[in-house]
Design a protein around this ligand. Structure first.
Ligand SMILES: Cc1cc2nc3c(=O)[nH]c(=O)nc-3n(C[C@H](O)[C@H](O)[C@H](O)COP(=O)(O)O)c2cc1C
Length: 184
């Protein structure tokens, strides 16, 4: 599979039928670490999460975070409840890798380059992937669960596994609508 095919095939998968194998996961992480990083600091750290209780707790944190996506004090609309439940379910049958980086925007950029490498490598391995993003108190709760040391920031939880869904057609901005020359 050449780069263009891999890039075309990479889609967010939100239903998995089986997790990635340990060897596959290690391979994806190794490919991730070939990403560029600010001053070649390679500050990324990975936490492979295979403890079912821990995965359950992280999925619950994602559920609560998604459900909270509304003005404080207002009831949870049905569609938000459904979306939150769906987010929780994306943790089923998936391998979970938490990607951390040292504090700071430069390190965050490197970690995200690393994540993209991992997502593309997953395609080459015949696997699907999904990013779960966390912020605020949710991130702090995960940090406590995995005993993250001071000074590291969670970029995201990445799900890998055998896809159990077809993501459907891409929805892309019109070709060139994002392109400018010299000035906006
Ligand atoms: C920074 C970032 C955070 C994301 N967080 C989530 C998430 O928490 N839950 C989710 O379902 N998808 C998440 N996604 C995936 C996007 O929704 C997805 O990439 C986008 O809809 C385009 O679909 P595609 O990946 O299939 O091309 C995230 C993507 C990025 C880059």
């Amino acid at each position: 599979m050449d780069f263009y095919e891999v890039n075309e095939k990479r889609r967010t998968i939100r239903k998995f039928k089986a997790p990635a194998g340990e060897e596959q996961l290690r391979k994806l992480i190794t490919e991730g670490t070939k990403a560029p990083s600010s001053r070649n600091t390679q500050g990324w750290e990975f936490v492979m999460v295979d403890d079912p209780n821990l995965i359950e707790e992280i999925s619950e944190i994602k559920y609560v975070l998604t459900r909270d996506n509304k003005p404080r004090g207002e009831p949870v609309p049905t569609e938000l409840e459904v979306a939150a439940q769906r987010q929780k379910e994306t943790f089923a049958n998936a391998s979970i890798v938490l990607v951390y980086h040292p504090e700071g925007a430069g390190h965050a950029a490197g970690a995200w380059c690393c994540i993209q490498n991992m997502l593309l490598a997953a395609v080459a391995e015949g696997l699907g992937s999904k990013i779960s993003y966390f912020r605020g108190e949710a991130t702090e709760r995960i940090n406590r669960l995995v005993k993250a040391p001071e000074g590291v920031t969670l970029a995201a939880a990445i799900h890998f596994g055998v896809p159990a869904e077809d993501p459907g057609p891409r929805s892309l901005r019109p070709e060139g609508s994002w392109l400018h020359r010299n000035r906006f």
